[in-house]
Design a protein around this ligand. Structure first.
Ligand code: ASP
Length: 339
């Protein structure tokens, strides 16, 4: 088999950071980062790398940053067999979700990874994360890449990116995929769970380059005031809201609150119901406290993570679909993001 060609895209994040004179961690150069893994030079793959002009802590990620990553992958798609993105862990699940929607029909792996400790530290988790991500990105079967989707690799596990969220600010295993099984586990051997993989049906990439960020997230809490909800639902130009509800999609039955949502929907704002629970799904109509939400036209987000739901809403709202089409696409899996 020919040597796989892998492109490493360095965006910033803890993995490549060093401390400044005040002891604050800041992104540093790609060269510095790669020098810390000398073994990469002997790795049996053609590894190219590029660093963004502006390296960021992933807290500074925005839709322009996602579109830039999308463009880099699209422009280089035919030249490489796989892509490894070095990215801060804080918003990695959002970026993975956004890329999963922007890159339709992927037939090559796009693996995001990073670390909890910078690569320059002895106890870093970064070195293993990069090397395992490259190894996974190089895997082939019958001459084609085995992994054909956007993933996150962190501390021994490969996850479908749009199923993850960052749950720990201190564990090396910082991510979970609460409603979808692992894609691979890396121990002394790499175990891949092919039955969980997405497979592209056609072999050409459809790259989308628009996202709508006229969206907001409302997280319900006991005692939330109508004026707080209104301050969001009345934002001029707003097109979509992720409503983070309780349990299986429940919200207060207070008439004024329901009216706020109903008015927003009548103005053309799409509201997507996502549960605040980590595990499980929204089932509007199971309780009286969610029946009204369904009746006024709030859309059920099933078991999507907030990260995937937000990215999906941004992606679909940019397409100017009719309400019927938009509602349908929100409630079915288009990139393996919901069960
Ligand atoms: N603040 C860092 C970032 O997300 C944390 C990390 O890389 O793990 O860029």
């Amino acid at each position: 088999m020919k040597r796989p060609k892998i492109l490493i895209i360095y965006t910033g994040g803890t993995i490549g950071m060093i401390k400044n004179e005040k002891g604050v961690l800041l992104p540093f150069s790609l060269e510095n980062l790669l020098n810390d893994i000398p073994l990469l030079k002997d790795y049996p793959a053609d590894i190219n790398s590029l660093g963004l002009d502006k390296l960021i802590d992933s807290s500074d990620a925005d839709t322009d940053f996602w579109l830039l990553l999308n463009k880099i992958i699209t422009d280089n798609y035919d030249k490489f067999d796989g892509f490894v993105i070095l990215h801060g862990s804080d918003t990695m699940a959002y970026t993975a979700s956004a890329l999963s929607f922007l890159l339709e029909n992927l037939s090559k792996p796009v693996i995001l990874t990073g670390s909890q400790l910078p690569i320059g530290l002895l106890r870093t988790d970064g070195r293993e994360n990069i090397i395992a991500s490259i190894e996974l990105a190089c895997m082939h079967k019958n001459g084609v890449p085995l992994i054909q989707e956007v993933c996150i690799y962190f501390e021994d596990n490969l996850y479908r990116g749009n199923r993850t969220n960052k749950f720990s600010a201190e564990n090396f295993d910082a991510f979970i995929s609460p409603n979808f099984p692992l894609l691979a586990h890396v121990g002394t051997e790499i175990k891949v769970f092919e039955e969980n993989f997405l497979k592209s049906s056609i072999d050409f990439l459809i790259s989308h380059n628009e996202l709508c960020n006229e969206v907001a997230i409302i997280k319900l809490f006991p005692g939330i005031q109508v004026k707080t909800i209104k301050a969001i639902t009345e934002i001029i130009g707003l097109k979509g809201i992720i409503l983070e509800t309780y349990g299986s999609g429940n919200a207060p039955t207070d008439k004024e609150i329901i009216n706020c949502f109903e008015e927003a929907i009548s103005k053309g704002i799409t509201i997507l119901n996502i549960t605040q629970c980590t595990v499980g799904k929204v089932q509007q109509g199971k309780y009286e406290t969610s029946t009204k939400l369904r009746d006024i036209g709030i859309v059920s987000g099933g078991d999507m993570t907030t990260e995937a739901a937000l990215a999906k809403l941004m992606f679909l709202l940019a397409k100017n679909y009719s309400l019927k089409e938009l509602t349908k696409l929100l409630t079915i899996s288009i990139r393996g993001e919901m069960s």
